[in-house]
Design a protein around this ligand. Structure first.
Ligand code: AMP
Ligand code: MN
Ligand code: MN
Ligand code: MN
Length: 283
């Protein structure tokens, strides 16, 4: 099945509105879709309605920012009740520090000779609660500081580089608990991106499962085929459900378009097999 269970709209750091994403997913042959905005479920109703209107089965989604072992880790939640009060409160708390962080990112960039970046980034922000590094990256590309967003993240905004501001996000325990208590399944997003040592990675996976986490992204936009093979093995070793999602943000910036990924390896159990009752289907 062509499932795409990871992407972003303008409600977080994507450039397209939920309705445009639903249409693009359908046009690209997606058969099961989830919008997973960062730390936010404000686009869920629009995404679901737009998906059902174009005949596309839908799962609710979000991608929660977590601090684990002093590293930012992303946990995707799928198939939860988006009206759940403790999930909504947890996400609101997780979003809470973003504006102060963004002001400090602007100050750090100013010290490196790039003035006005916070104000510039705001030009790209649709949800005032959700200023992200992606919005700074778009501003730095638009003003010619960098050629593309990949260059931005090589030279700025990452640890040790100008514009980087350390931040404490949700705990792994809380993120997994918010998702599972709202009836959803928690999934470790793009594990190859964290560059953990084998011991750190083992700790992440075991603690994640101890808190009730059940899935891992195996096929995703930032994974090479070698990464996918590695995490297919990890999924089998830990008995985790496997997920697949492009992490699409924008037609101009993203590695992978909606619905354009390789299949999950056949030996894995797809995360959607555990979410059959949570899938919302067109009439
Ligand atoms: P934030 O949640 O504000 O820390 O921003 C994180 C977002 O920045 C991610 O969801 C990606 O969209 C983007 N991002 C982070 N690191 C990179 C990178 N190395 N290359 C491209 N995009 C990145
Ligand atoms: Mn993003
Ligand atoms: Mn992510
Ligand atoms: Mn993402």
């Amino acid at each position: 099945m062509n499932a795409d269970l990871h992407c972003h709209s303008a409600v977080s750091d994507g450039t397209l509105q939920p309705e445009a994403l639903a249409q693009r997913a359908k046009a690209n042959g997606v058969e099961l879709w989830a919008l997973t905005d960062h730390d936010e479920v404000g686009g869920q109703q629009r995404a679901r309605e737009a998906a059902l209107a174009v005949g596309l089965p839908y799962l609710t989604g979000t991608e929660i920012s977590v601090t684990f072992a002093d590293t930012t880790v992303h946990i995707v939640g799928l198939g939860f009740d988006a009206d759940n009060a403790s999930l909504q409160a947890g996400l609101a708390a997780t979003r809470g520090g973003r504006t102060q962080r963004a002001i400090e990112m602007g100050e750090s960039l100013a010290q490196a000779g790039i003035a006005g970046a916070y104000e510039g980034a705001l030009n790209y922000v649709n949800n005032p609660d959700l200023v992200s590094r992606t919005h700074f990256a778009r501003h730095l590309v638009a003003t010619g500081v960098c050629a593309d967003t990949y260059e931005v993240f090589r030279k700025y905004l990452t640890e040790g580089k100008p514009g980087y501001v350390p931040h404490r996000w949700a705990s792994l325990r809380n993120a997994v608990t918010w998702i599972t208590q709202a009836g959803g399944v928690a999934v470790i997003a793009h594990p190859a991106r964290y560059k953990f040592t084998p011991n750190e990675e083992y700790a992440l996976f075991t603690e994640f499962m101890m808190h009730g986490g059940r899935g891992v992204e195996v096929v995703t936009g930032s994974h090479s085929s070698a990464d996918a093979a590695k995490y297919a093995k990890t999924a089998q070793e830990f008995g985790l459900l496997a997920s697949r999602g492009s992490d699409f943000h924008s037609p101009e910036e993203s590695h992978a378009d909606l619905g354009s990924l390789p299949d999950l390896p056949a030996k894995l159990t797809p995360v959607w097999s555990a979410l059959a009752s949570r899938i919302q289907r067109p009439a």
